[in-house]
Design a protein around this ligand. Structure first.
Ligand code: ATP
Ligand code: MG
Length: 446
């Protein structure tokens, strides 16, 4: 993409309404604009990152054997009356009446709707196990929407639902989600620590939240520093293998890690003192096993091999896709701007032309640009007629992990400069070598 042809409305001033870095930087870097409290338009660069996160989520869910679908944002109130949650949900639920006077709502979550789909279509144990998920906008009329996309009213969530005949099978689904989530966050360049959690209004007795450590996080967390060293990495996982998923679950949940809601002083004090940590964190996902809560309420049962009708065991599993962008920026920025992890960056590399209009410099930039595109990469070429300082400031603000700087002086020596956004380290090399190096960096990351 050539910057002169893109839509990237960066702001020079810090927006007064933004209290935390990610909110400020998303506004300044032209990623989002507020349309009303807690509701945002996603401008092209914000939308690009959102799509990248969605892709990662899809790939990892499908890898775990879960099946994508799409449910609507608007739901009928009837199903929620059946489960009893129409009244329970309170003011967070946006209620709407259609022209025929029918009660509708903008879905804050989808347990009722998916259970209804399930009960009308599945009647036998033979069709299980089954895990369906979608990535869809949710609406929760939060009292105090704040911190930009971190606590919005409209937000994008991946929510998945497992249906199993037995509790054991449902707990395997729970573990599968744990493993796939760990992998999802790692691919986004994030460490999200699974912590024992409260089950909240959804109910049930088995739940973990995934927390990204950040000073601006809304949750207070307590953990054993040993969890920080845990990495899933690129180990091959057989998601159908019950023991393997259980082992990974145990590995990641054995060290003490809880939010203030479930914090247990005695268990925490059993951790060696030098490893006891308390911090703040951002909740980027949560998994639940809640047994037959919804299948009982909505009558979702299957026939077992011996002909009995049993309610299915269920769980629901959510990832805050739009909130994740805020969390990624909270964990990856400096005073100049964002520093995107390579797995989610909106463009792979920036090209800064130091002397726009100079034919040799323009030609070198074009050669780089086309060479990178031919390697399947997306460069962002700052071809505006602007001062070098302005171009560098914009590149630092939008935070592409790599920058190529092209100017007459370097070209005189046959080189361009490749700079790492995070470390600031630069290296000079030929155009061919630069194209090669950048493509090597992104092998397996695009
Ligand atoms: P919170 O405690 O932050 O209000 P929650 O526990 O009510 O969130 P869940 O029902 O667990 O939310 O939803 C799954 C995920 O959706 C959360 O882990 C979070 O990442 C994201 N999420 C929830 N509420 C919002 C919101 N208002 N804005 C953005 N993302 C949200
Ligand atoms: Mg939650």
């Amino acid at each position: 993409m050539r910057l002169s042809q893109y839509f990237l409305p960066v702001l020079k001033e810090n927006p007064a309404e933004a209290q935390i870095a990610s909110h400020r930087l998303m506004l300044r870097a032209g990623m989002i604009r507020q349309s009303s409290a807690g509701i945002y338009s996603w401008l092209p660069m914000g939308f690009k990152v959102l799509r990248k996160l969605e892709n990662i989520v899809h790939e990892e869910q499908v890898r775990a054997g879960h099946i994508p679908m799409l449910m609507p944002t608007l739901q009928s109130a009837d199903l929620w009356r059946e489960s009893g949650r129409y009244e329970d949900y309170g003011k967070e639920m946006l209620r709407i009446t259609d022209r025929h006077g029918r009660d509708m709502l903008y879905g804050p979550t989808n347990e009722e709707l998916i259970t209804d789909i399930f009960r009308n279509a599945v009647g036998s144990y033979k069709e299980l196990p089954l895990t369906l998920y979608h990535i869809q906008w949710k609406f929760r009329d939060e009292v105090r929407p704040r911190f930009g996309v971190m606590r919005g009213r409209e937000f994008l969530m991946k929510d998945g639902y497992n249906f199993d005949v037995t509790k054991e099978a449902a707990l395997h689904a729970y573990n599968r989600h744990m493993v796939s989530y760990l992998r999802t966050y790692e691919r986004m360049g994030l460490q999200a620590i699974p912590m024992r959690a409260d089950t909240g209004p959804i109910g049930g007795d088995y739940s973990h939240e995934f927390l990204v450590l950040a000073e601006t996080g809304e949750s207070e967390v307590f953990y054993d520093r040993a969890v920080i060293d845990l990495k899933l990495g690129d180990r091959e996982v057989d998601f159908s293998n019950v023991d393997e998923c259980q082992d990974i679950f145990d590995e990641f949940t054995n060290p003490y890690a809880r939010t203030d809601e479930t914090h247990d002083e005695a268990a925490y004090n059993a951790v060696p003192e030098e490893r006891r940590m308390s911090a703040r964190g951002i909740e980027v996902g949560q998994i639940f096993y809640f047994g037959t809560k919804y299948s009982d309420a909505l009558n979702a049962a299957v026939q077992t091999p011996d002909g009995k009708q049993v309610p299915v065991h269920m769980g629901s599993h959510g990832i805050g896709v739009s909130r994740l962008i805020g969390a990624i920026i909270e964990a990856n920025h400096d005073d100049k701007g964002i520093i995107w992890p390579e797995g989610v960056t909106p463009f792979h590399v920036g090209i800064v032309n130091l002397k726009q209009g100079d034919s040799a410099t323009d030609a070198a930039c074009d050669q780089l640009y086309h060479g990178l595109v031919a390697q399947g990469l997306e460069p962002l070429y700052d071809d505006r007629d602007e001062r070098a300082g302005t171009k560098f400031a914009s590149m630092d603000l939008i935070g592409l992990p790599w920058r190529l700087t092209v100017g007459p002086r370097g070209l005189g020596n046959g080189v361009v400069e490749l700079t790492n956004r995070r470390t600031g380290d630069s290296e000079e090399m030929s155009i061919e070598a630069a194209i090669d190096r950048v493509s090597q960096i992104y092998v397996g990351k695009t």
